[in-house]
Design a protein around this ligand. Structure first.
Ligand code: ZN
Length: 339
């Protein structure tokens, strides 16, 4: 049977060999012909470390340009690791949607593309679709593990968390729980289904047979000493856990294993206005408990909308900006895994 080489159809190419031995730093080149640069390309930083045969691990951050913890954490890892520290192969793509990262935005300023909603991408698509296509078809195949470091970005903030979608079989679930426990974020969660309907990095990894774990490390468009510590320590612990990194690693850190289900875990803005949260991150809430008021600044004599939580749970994620539109996510909950 003839197999199609999808990677050959991509216009993108890395200027370093991603399979060779040793450490190399370089760029994924995204051809982009614009007024100031007729034959130019967008340089997306990429790094490879390889030392003999062992696990093959991909670490990605900056899928959303305004999520900084992973981008800073991976930069620290790049500067500190040498091939002799590992056995196997580690490829790091610290700012996957680099144009978005340069602007500090979730989406690309070139095409408004949300990289985590565009997989499997398109070889002939927009810039962001071409990046997605290259990641799914040229980069991901052949890795054993893929880690995708997100945070809440500009509009949300999380208790630093690690997450994975619920797999079909028990053996895979055990492996994923092993990764979540090794990462050691304060919270870990299993999501009922991947967000984005098969268009996320996690879905792309699953299609390519790569075991994937994600994070939500904080957010609010900023970093804190605590969120960076969760990122840095967790990255080293999972690399040791999969057998890639040797030597001293940070001490294990306990995680609370939770899950996220359907719509009743979320609170959305009922109208445009000003969001007044009535609880904070980490609160344990009950079904029916007031969650937020939406104030109407055009008509301040109008009574605010009062929104309630639909179920019991832990407040894992909260909206950051006060201004909101109808349909904006204000909170989501997590619940402890039973049994
Ligand atoms: Zn994200």
């Amino acid at each position: 049977m003839q197999r199609t080489d999808f990677s050959a159809m991509s216009r993108l190419s890395a200027d370093i060999d991603l399979a060779a031995e040793g450490k190399a730093t370089g760029f994924l080149r995204v051809p982009h012909s614009v007024h100031r640069s007729a034959y130019g390309w967008i340089p997306i930083p990429i790094v490879r470390l390889k030392n003999g045969q062992g696990p093959s691990v991909l670490m990605v951050a900056g899928t959303h340009g305004d999520e900084w913890e992973g981008q800073i954490g991976l930069g620290k890892l790049i500067r500190s690791l040498q091939p002799t520290d590992i056995t196997g192969r580690l490829v790091i793509l610290p700012s996957a949607n680099f144009p978005a990262a340069l602007e500090g935005k979730r989406t690309s300023p070139i095409d408004e593309g949300n990289l985590n909603r565009l997989y499997p991408g398109s070889a002939d698509g927009t810039i962001t679709e071409q990046i997605a296509y290259w990641i799914e078809h040229a980069l991901l195949p052949g890795f054993d593990y893929a880690f995708d470091f997100h945070s809440g970005g500009s509009s949300l903030t999380y208790i630093p968390s690690a997450l994975a979608p619920r797999p079909d079989d028990a053996a895979r679930l055990r492996k994923i729980v092993g990764l979540l426990k090794a990462f050691g974020a304060p919270i870990s969660y299993i999501a009922a289904a991947p967000q984005g309907g098969g268009r996320t990095f996690t879905s792309a990894a699953a299609r390519q047979g790569v075991l994937a774990m994600g994070t939500e490390l904080g957010g609010g468009g900023l970093v804190t000493p605590a969120s960076i510590k969760v990122a840095e320590d967790g990255m080293r612990r999972v690399l040791a856990h999969v057998g890639l990194l040797h030597g001293a690693v940070p001490a294990p850190s306990p995680t609370r294993l939770t899950e996220i289900g359907g719509d009743d875990y979320y609170v959305y803005a009922s109208d445009g206005g000003l969001f007044e949260p009535l609880v904070d991150l980490g609160a344990e809430v009950k079904a029916g408990q007031p969650a937020a008021r939406i104030h109407f600044h055009h008509t301040p004599w109008r009574e605010p909308d009062l929104l309630a939580f639909k179920r019991d749970g832990l407040v894992l994620c909260k909206r950051v900006p006060a201004r909101c539109e109808r349909g904006d996510c204000l909170f989501h909950l997590a619940t402890d895994v039973s049994g």
